[in-house]
Write a protein that binds this ligand. Structure first.
Ligand SMILES: [Zn+2]
Length: 385
């Protein structure tokens, strides 16, 4: 009997992850711990206690940071609670500006002259760094970068005021991401695994965060911290109270873990001992950047110029029956011209991105497809078989 070789297939468990958007990957890669360390060093040296009036150096520094990035809208929001304002920078959406996602962190400290390096110069530096990475891009929805005041006074402070004011104005804050303490681990050498807390209404947002991390931040991971006592002890809780999905990113929510930061709310919360893990900080902030960019939806073709000719895809070509046309930006007019320049077919796609046209009745030969999108005509040669 002839010997038969059996090839035993090796079963691979494949995780199917949607393709990355290269533009988002580029933003994520901009996030850099060295620049965040420099922001934290500056912030830790500034007066940030809400009950003292001399926080002006810090609020000016935050405001001018956003202004230097070219944000059109940067403002102080007086919270009534203390003299210290929320500092807000807005990147207005191109096509759905009324849908707002918030990236926030409190910048105040628990006591007069407290350094508050991990709590929460770290999260504030994360907000600034994401703003830097996203500032030159366009999004369909609005992103608000918010440095909250008065979190340490309890009751939500600046974030509570922000939410109440925004809800009263009828604004739609559809998602919020909060970073509070993101730079500490036991020795500083632990792997980049952060804690995340969410509630029932934030389940989908949490899943999108997980996906964004898997797609754009290789090597990072999270632990579900939703059941720990501190899970609701920061600004995201103000959004939860108003029924707004929000997630909380933190370095360690488990008080019994060696990685828990016992320096918090002490005068030893300083650079070095308390803020010590750069890869962990990068993992938190890169994940936040990817998630915010996904939530706000990158607009690859802002303004009136379509930057990439290749963005128009047409198949099959040569065509027999049906021609499929795709352009992310949306098409307003499709024409097929023959070799004499006569229009043989015209369709109004009404700004949809995907069009199917029938080519059945066309005579075999060569045609020119003209696709009009946002005032510009993209052209392709089509062969009918
Ligand atoms: Zn804090």
């Amino acid at each position: 009997m002839k010997k038969t070789f059996l090839f035993i297939p090796i079963l691979l468990i494949l995780k199917i992850v949607p393709a990355q958007n290269p533009q988002i990957q580029q933003m994520v890669n901009q996030v850099n711990s060295d620049s965040m360390w420099s922001y934290m060093t500056t912030l830790s040296s500034q007066q940030r206690f809400s009950y003292e009036k001399n926080d002006t150096v810090c609020r000016h520094w935050l405001r001018s940071f956003f202004e230097r990035l070219g944000f059109d809208t940067v403002y102080y929001q007086n919270t009534v609670i203390t003299q210290m304002p929320n500092v807000i920078a807005e990147l207005r959406g191109d096509s759905a500006p009324d849908s707002i996602c918030v990236l926030g962190a409190h910048y105040d400290v628990f006591a007069y002259k407290a350094p508050g390096a991990d709590d929460n110069a770290s999260g504030t530096a994360g907000v600034l760094e994401v703003a830097r990475a996203l500032a030159s891009h366009h999004f369909r929805k609005t992103i608000r970068f918010v440095c909250f005041s008065a979190e340490e006074l309890g009751g939500g402070g600046g974030s509570h005021y922000y939410v109440q004011h925004s809800v009263n104005q009828g604004e739609n804050n559809f998602s919020m991401v909060n970073m509070d303490m993101i730079s500490h681990s036991a020795t500083g050498n632990e792997p980049p695994i952060f804690y995340v807390a969410y509630n029932t209404i934030s389940q989908t947002l949490f899943e999108r965060m997980n996906l964004a991390m898997e797609q754009y931040v290789p090597g990072a991971d999270w632990i579900d911290g939703s059941s720990y006592p501190y899970a609701s002890a920061s600004d995201h809780a103000s959004f939860w109270e108003a029924g707004i999905p929000a997630i909380f990113i933190n370095d360690c929510l488990d008080p019994n873990s060696a990685n828990f930061n016992n320096f918090f709310h002490t005068f030893s919360d300083v650079m070095g001992t308390s803020v010590n893990n750069k890869p962990l900080t990068e993992a938190c902030v890169r994940t936040a950047a990817a998630l915010i960019a996904e939530l706000a939806v990158v607009n690859s073709f802002p303004g009136s110029v379509i930057q990439n000719e290749m963005a128009l895809s047409i198949y099959p070509n040569p065509v027999q029956d049906y021609l499929y046309i795709h352009l992310e930006y949306g098409l307003s007019d499709i024409r097929l011209l023959d070799l004499f320049g006569r229009t043989v077919l015209q369709v109004d796609p009404q700004n949809s991105s995907n069009i199917t046209i029938s080519a059945e009745h066309l005579h075999p030969g060569i045609y020119f497809l003209h696709a009009l999108a946002d005032g510009r005509t993209l052209k392709r040669v089509i062969v009918k078989q």
